[in-house]
Design a protein. Structure first.
Length: 228
């Protein structure tokens, strides 16, 4: 696995299908560095950091979560710096943290084969809540790089956060464009709302959680196909 450079300020560790690992993004400013999503496990996070160190890139000061799902968040206890999530994401993490601490990880491990692969060898499952929460939208100044963090309605889950790197016109979507994981449903009204949000932001590049970066038109075309 290699770290890939996408734009002047952005790198990412590519997704992996076998363990359902998403793209992990990285944005470098002149004062601070930001990661997008925390990884499926501590092992995933550490592999990401090893790639950053190989490229002589500083570890992130802040990690922003796109939504609560384990493949994007359960590596939080291994991250450098602080984690930021929207209020709904943090609520879901709180619920899963309490559930696993009370009943053990069996229910979580049983959810999918990719989880069992990620946590093979009895790797410990640790759920952590965010250090900071937000509601709505905030803008972060990394030093010469502005990043907008935006809550959005989307078909995949009701706690989606989009991360837009303004200088590079690049939008990280997490899994927001996908079906609901638990029901398999992809609601048309939520596809419309997400498409409208993307159009309003007007990025050049879209980075989904489990796909290669694409032109925004490709992402919108995919949402439109579901609408019609």
């Amino acid at each position: 696995m290699e770290l890939k450079r996408l734009t002047e300020h952005i790198w990412y560790m590519p997704f992996e299908t076998e363990r359902d690992r998403p793209n992990l993004g990285y944005v470098k400013g002149s004062r601070f560095c930001l990661a997008i999503d925390a990884g499926h496990s501590a092992a995933h996070t550490r592999e990401f950091y090893a790639l950053l160190k190989k490229e002589n890139l500083p570890l992130p000061d802040l990690t922003v979560l796109t939504h609560w799902h384990w493949d994007h968040t359960f590596g939080m206890h291994a991250v450098n710096g602080l984690c930021l999530a929207n209020e709904k994401t943090d609520k879901y993490l709180s619920e899963w943290k309490a559930k696993i601490e009370k009943n053990g990880p069996d229910e979580f491990i049983a959810l999918h084969e990719s989880i069992r692969r990620e946590y093979s060898g009895n790797a410990e499952v640790i759920v952590k809540q965010a250090d900071m929460v937000f509601l709505g939208e905030i803008t972060l100044d990394l030093g010469d790089v502005r990043v907008k963090v935006i809550q959005a309605e989307a078909p995949h889950t009701d706690d989606s956060t989009l991360i837009y790197v303004d200088n590079d016109r690049t939008l990280f979507l997490g899994d927001s464009t996908g079906n609901d994981f638990f029901t398999g449903i992809k609601r048309t009204d939520l596809c419309v709302k997400l498409a409208d949000t993307i159009k309003e932001i007007d990025p050049e590049i879209c980075v989904e959680g489990h796909w290669t970066p694409v032109d925004t038109k490709d992402t919108l075309d995919d949402l439109v196909r579901n609408i019609f």
